[in-house]
Design a protein. Structure first.
Length: 91
């Protein structure tokens, strides 16, 4: 094997190893959070939700992602918000 082939092989391996390692890591779970009201009016529920996740070992931004959707007390928006969560892979 010539010098150029060796350098090419080493370079290609160096590029592929991080990609392979990343592929072996489990995907971060994503939860869809949908509420009829607004974020401001559900503060207490949201705090309890995050506490329950923490009790189970999940922390938003560390090992969990959460997609929030708020209907702003408009029931007719719920179907569209559900569809949006499905499109981003939450349901």
């Amino acid at each position: 094997m010539g010098r150029r082939e060796f350098i090419t092989l080493v370079g290609a391996t160096a590029v592929q190893l991080p990609l392979a390692a990343r592929a072996l890591q489990p995907a971060t779970p994503v939860i869809g959070f949908l509420h009829l009201s607004s974020r401001e009016t559900t503060h207490q529920n949201l705090t309890a939700f995050h506490q329950g996740l923490a009790d189970a070992g999940y922390f938003e931004g560390r090992n969990l992602a959460i997609e929030y959707r708020w209907a702003q007390d408009q029931n007719d928006r719920m179907a569209g918000l559900i569809g949006d969560l499905v499109r981003v892979g939450c349901l």
